[in-house]
Design a protein around this ligand. Sequence first.
Ligand SMILES: [Cu+2]
Length: 355
Amino acid sequence: MAPNLSGNERVRRRSLLQFGAGGLGATAITAATLPLLGRGSLDVRAQEETPANPLETRPHEGHTPGMTVGDVDIARLGFDPSVLVSTFDYGEATTMADGSVVREWEIAAFDKEIEIAPGIFFPAWTYNGQVPGPTLRCTEGDRVRVHFSNAGTHPHTIHFHGIHPANMDGVFEVVEPRQTFVYEFDAEPFGLQLYHCHAVPLKRHIHKGLYGTFIIDPKQGRPPAQEMVMVMNAFDTNFDGDNEVYAVNTVGFHYQKHPIPVKLNETIRVYLVNITEFDLINSFHIHGNFMKVFRTGSDLERFEWTDNLMLCQGERAVLEMSFKYPGKYMFHAHQSEFAELGWMGMFDVREGLNA
Ligand SMILES: [Cu+2]
């Protein structure tokens, strides 16, 4: 049965999904009912109760792309997305007598207010003071040792994706404020992993900013490329379960205002992670080009060839592309709403990086 809702009832998109999961039963949202909901008396988008959102695009002259004005204070933020995008933290490496490598990191969780768009502040929980946390990088077979201390005000953990023992999974060993824990395991399998807090309620602990990228390189490496990391994230600034600001690497529109310089005809490799909370999917669309998509980065041979990739939360992919023509090329979520709320950037393709 389709829900008995009048045209005057105001239903937010998340209410619709809650109907599907609860009161209306498992069959409520089906291929048959969705078109009905879309074109019938219940127009979800038209009647959405939109909270006041300073990033919401308003009608304006010329229909120029909506974007924030000004810039965030990078010094106060404590990290620069233009630097973070190509920063990889290999930890403190020690080569043992048998030739094996141990890599160690110190990671502290603590609360910190961060500016996610000019004048918009978010009370984040961070790993090492940044969102996303540092991009940890090692090679398949390395011994990984992470010294974690909880300097925050809530219990936290670090849950790594990958193959490791249950007691290193960062789920049951909750680390209380002022306590520490050492995660130690062998890095496997190679690919693009991630890490995030697994304390409950999980959606709040993740959404507050406790996540980062964890790259395990294959022993033989990958072909040379200009490498970067992009974490698709979003922020629910009024804690109503809907995001108001979308980005890659936290600051909305950052790479639109500060395009990423890349060289003509040279391969770029993007380690792309989707950690967006509250939305079912996110996506990456590249303009004027196609890209190789290596899902989870766990296979060096097989790839998809596309200009648009959809990822669920926790999914990630290694993207490779090179540009045939110079100029500025947009990359953004293909959900227009996300793009207009900050998830928008640009590559500046040049003959030479110094040109
Ligand atoms: Cu947490």
